[in-house]
Structures are given as structure tokens and as C-alpha cells.
Design a protein around this ligand. Structure first.
Ligand code: CO8
Length: 257
């Protein structure tokens, strides 16, 4: 597939994906979702990919769903657009590698929803985040009503969703919406540093961490413990990743995964 909106490069196990439609502040249209579905399928099938970093080109990460595309939609089309976005964002959550959002600027509406579907977020100190849908007489449609309260708690979520207030990076860090801040010019460098660090760990362990945490959140505590014990056990045994990691520690050498 020829990509018109998504740029990507893969180096040393890290896929750097850039949303590149800066003339519309990277607003999410149907073509974006088609391209992201296609790219995610390809990256998911590529064993070399250990971590994905997602960012935006220009002054926005993503300034929302494409308002010009949405304005004339019918009820059915509106629901369909919402479903399409929800499905793509679920695929990000389900990807077998961690996905880091590197928020370089505006992350508004569907753009913040996209960042929230990633496993964690680092932001430029100049980033601006918010869910301004109610200004347009809308609500989030790409699972923002579901992910935001899970990430920052119900009251913080309802505050952002009902006031449409755009918050700065410091405030986003304070409420736990982003995990780390950097100077704007260091954002990608820092995202790549974190990605490389993750890519150097036991690959199966990283995959199982993501799966166990995400799956476990939807389970009761006992069932989550069962899942953890099963996955913990799967890392043991002859020639396993766990055996190599523990032997390497005891032999004072780097592990060979
Ligand atoms: N959609 C389409 N075009 C956009 C969007 C957008 N979300 N955001 C910006 N643009 C366009 C502008 O129209 C403008 O285009 P043009 O140059 O042709 O006039 C260009 O990008 C540059 O934008 P501005 O001139 O406005 O740039 P400023 O720096 O002055 O302002 C802002 C930046 C504050 C980010 C401003 O652009 C803005 O407020 N954008 C809209 C933000 C917004 O409301 N986002 C939420 C959209 S709704 C949404 O995301 C719902 C998600 C769920 C959908 C569910 C499906 C049913």
C-alpha cells in the first residue's frame, strides 16, 4: 500500500510512525484509519518490531477527527466512523509490542483518544491536550469516554470532557495523562531512548507484560492472578528466555535473547 498520511521507518527493532497531514494539523480522516490498519497489520507480523513510537508532524500530534469530513455525516455514518476509529485504536492496544505516544503538540479530541490507545505517553513541554468535542456539540467517539476515566479517574475525566478545557503538558503530567515531559527538541530522542531500552529487555517478557496487564484489567483480581502465574511460568524451563536472563545475571554477562 502507498501511504499518503503515515510515514514510517524501522530501525533496530523500533518502528517510528509519524502522522503527516500537517496542513490539517494531522486531523484523522477515513484514509488515516485505512492506512493505520494496514500498517499495524504489517508491523504486527514483523518479528523484528519490538516497540512502536507514534508522533505527529508539525505543530500538532493530532488535532482531532477531521471535522470537514464529519460535518455532513448521517446518524448511521457517524456511528460507522466512530466504530472504525474504535476498531483501529483497539488494534493499537492489542499490538504485540508496546506503543509509545510522543506528543509533540496539540492532542485534541480524537488526537488525545489516539494517544490514550497507546501504552504510555511522553509529551513535549509545549503539548496541549484536551477533549473539546462538546464545543462542537459532540462527544468523543473513539473510546475517549472509556479510556480517559480509566487513565485519570472519573472526576478528572468528567472535568476535561465537560469543560473542554485544553491543558498544558505540566497539568497532563500531574493528573497522570502523560508519564514524562521533555523539551520539544528532545522529544523524539527521548522516545527512541525509552523504546531502545524496552527493546533490549526479554522480548517475550515485554509481550507478556502488555498482554497480562491489559487483559487482567478486564478480569477479577483472582482471574488476573491466575493469568499472571500462567504467563510467569511460561518464561521458565530449558532454553527459555527466563533461564537465559537469570543465568546471564548469575554469570555476570549480558543476556542473549
Ligand atoms: N479537523 C479538520 N481540520 C482541522 C482540524 C480538525 N480537527 N483541526 C485543525 N484543522 C485545520 C484547520 O481548519 C485549518 O485549515 P485551513 O488552513 O484550511 O483553514 C488548519 O487545520 C490549521 O488550523 P488552525 O488555523 O485552526 O490552527 P491554529 O493554530 O489557529 O489553531 C487549534 C489550532 C486550536 C488546534 C484549532 O485548529 C482547533 O481548534 N482545531 C479543532 C480542535 C477540535 O475541536 N478537535 C476535536 C475534533 S472532534 C473529534 O475529534 C471527535 C472525535 C470522535 C469522532 C467520533 C466519530 C463519530
Amino acid at each position: 500500500m502507498e501511504y499518503q498520511i503515515l510515514k514510517h521507518e524501522i530501525n533496530e527493532g523500533i518502528a517510528l510512525v509519524t502522522v503527516s497531514r500537517p496542513q490539517a494539523l494531522n486531523a484523522l480522516n477515513t484514509l488515516f484509519f485505512k492506512e493505520m490498519d494496514h500498517l499495524l497489520a504489517a508491523l504486527t507480523q514483523n518479528d523484528a518490531v519490538r516497540v512502536m513510537v507514534l508522533t505527529g508532524e508539525g505543530k500538532a500530534f493530532v488535532a482531532g477527527a477531521d471535522i470537514a469530513e464529519m460535518v455532513n455525516k448521517t446518524v448511521m455514518e457517524g456511528s460507522g466512523f466512530s466504530r472504525m476509529g474504535q476498531n483501529t485504536f483497539r488494534s493499537i492496544e492489542k499490538a504485540p509490542f508496546p506503543v509509545i505516544a510522543a506528543i509533540n503538540g496539540f492532542a485534541l479530541g480524537g488526537g488525545l483518544e489516539l494517544a490514550m490507545a497507546c501504552d504510555f505517553r511522553i509529551a513535549s513541554s509545549k503539548a496541549k491536550l484536551g477533549q473539546p468535542e462538546v464545543n462542537l456539540g459532540l462527544i468523543p467517539g473513539f473510546a475517549g469516554t472509556q479510556r480517559l476515566p480509566r487513565l485519570v479517574g472519573m472526576a478528572n475525566a468528567l472535568f476535561l470532557l465537560t469543560t473542554a478545557e485544553i491543558i498544558g503538558a505540566d497539568e497532563a503530567l500531574r493528573i497522570g495523562l502523560v508519564q514524562k515531559l521533555t523539551e520539544p527538541e528532545q522529544l523524539i530522542e527521548e522516545a527512541m531512548r525509552l523504546a531502545k531500552s524496552i527493546a533490549s529487555k526479554g522480548p517475550k517478557a515485554i509481550q507478556l507484560i502488555k498482554f497480562t496487564v491489559r487483559k487482567g484489567l478486564g478480569m477479577d483480581f483472582e482471574a488476573g492472578n491466575d493469568l499472571e502465574a500462567m504467563h510467569f511460568g511460561s518464561l521458565f524451563g530449558a532454553k527459555s528466555e527466563g533461564e537465559e536472563g537469570m543465568k546471564a545475571f548469575l554469570e555476570k554477562r549480558p543476556p542473549v535473547w
